[in-house]
Design a protein around this ligand. Structure first.
Ligand SMILES: [Zn+2]
Length: 280
C-alpha cells in the first residue's frame, strides 16, 4: 500500500471537505449556486456586500421575458466593474434568471412554451400560497391545465428560490429583506411599465420602494390587480412569509430604452436601500 493508513484517511478527509465545499459551490468571485433546474442547469445568485439589509433582484421567472434577464445581467456587469456602488449597510443578491432552461433554450419545448420550465409549468404559479391551484388562468380567461404544477413547489426552480429566500430572511437583520422580481411585457408592446401587485399600506416596505421606483421610472403602481386570478405566485408567497416583495413589469416601448432606464433606476434603488432607513 502506497499510503499509510492515516495519510489515506487525511486524503479522504480533504476530498470530502472539497466535495462539501463544492456543494456550497462558489463558482466564481461572487457566484453562488442556489439550485439546479429540471434539465440540471445551474441557477446562480451573485452576491455583493455583507451588510444586514438584504435586497434580492431576480429576472427570468418567465422564460420568454428576456429583457428582465438582460437588465439583471447588465446590472451584474456594471457592479462587477464598480462594486462600491453597493453601500456597506446592505447585501445585494442578483439572480439573472430563475427559469434557466427556458433562457438557455435547452428545454425541448422552448419554442412552444418559452414562458414555462421544462416540465411545462409556469414557475410564477407554483409557489405554496393559500390560493395555489394546478390549473390556472391568464387574461384570456381560458383554463390552462397543470401549468401551476402537480403540487405547490413541485418544480426544482421554485424550491431553489424558496430555500434561498428563506435563508435570506434568516440572515437579514430585523426582517430587512426586499425582493424584486422583474418581468417584461411581451405581448403589449406599447404598454408603460408597471409595478405590482402591491397593496397600498402606510409604512409598508414594498409600498415605499414601489413608490420610489415609480419616481425613478414613471411606471405606474397597480395597487389592486384584479383582471384575473393569480394563484401560487412569488409575491403572494413572499407576503405570506412576511417578506416585502414586488413584481416590476418592464415595458417594451420602442421609444424607451428600458434596459438603460431600469438599470439606472435599480442602481438608484440599491443606493437608497443601503443608505436610508426610511421605508421601515
Ligand atoms: Zn412575467
Amino acid at each position: 500500500m502506497f499510503f499509510k493508513g492515516y495519510t489515506l484517511r487525511l486524503l479522504v478527509f480533504i476530498l470530502i471537505l472539497f466535495i462539501s465545499f463544492s456543494s456550497i459551490a462558489i463558482l466564481s468571485q461572487n457566484g453562488i449556486l442556489i439550485g439546479k433546474s429540471v434539465l440540471k442547469n445551474d441557477i446562480m445568485a451573485y452576491r455583493f456586500g455583507n451588510g444586514p439589509r438584504i435586497l434580492v433582484i431576480m429576472g427570468g421567472i418567465h422564460g420568454e421575458e428576456v429583457k428582465s434577464v438582460d437588465i439583471v445581467m447588465g446590472l451584474l456587469r456594471s457592479l462587477e466593474q464598480n462594486p462600491s456602488a453597493v453601500p456597506p449597510e446592505m447585501t445585494l443578491y442578483l439572480i439573472p434568471c430563475l427559469n434557466v432552461d427556458a433562457a438557455t433554450k435547452s428545454s425541448p419545448s422552448w419554442i412552444y412554451h418559452a414562458r414555462y420550465n421544462a416540465h411545462c409549468v409556469d414557475l410564477n404559479r407554483n409557489f405554496k400560497t393559500g390560493n395555489w391551484k394546478p390549473n390556472i388562468v391568464y387574461g384570456d380567461k381560458v383554463t390552462y391545465k397543470g401549468l401551476g404544477g402537480k403540487a405547490p413547489e413541485s418544480e426544482p426552480e421554485t424550491r431553489a428560490i424558496v430555500a434561498f429566500l428563506k435563508r435570506c430572511q434568516r440572515e437579514a437583520r430585523d426582517n430587512d429583506l426586499l425582493v424584486l422580481s422583474l418581468h417584461q411585457y411581451v405581448r403589449q408592446h406599447e404598454r408603460l411599465g408597471r409595478i405590482f401587485p402591491v397593496k397600498e399600506r402606510a409604512g409598508d416596505v414594498a409600498t415605499y420602494y414601489a413608490q420610489r421606483y415609480r419616481s425613478y421610472t414613471g411606471y405606474k403602481i397597480d395597487y389592486s390587480f384584479n383582471l384575473y386570478e393569480v394563484t401560487g405566485d412569488l409575491v403572494l408567497w413572499a407576503e405570506e412569509q412576511g417578506i416585502a416583495a414586488m413584481d416590476i413589469e418592464v415595458s417594451h416601448l420602442k421609444r424607451e430604452n428600458s434596459l438603460l432606464l431600469n438599470k439606472t433606476s435599480l442602481l438608484r434603488l440599491i443606493e437608497e436601500y443601503g443608505t436610508i432607513s426610511s421605508g421601515k
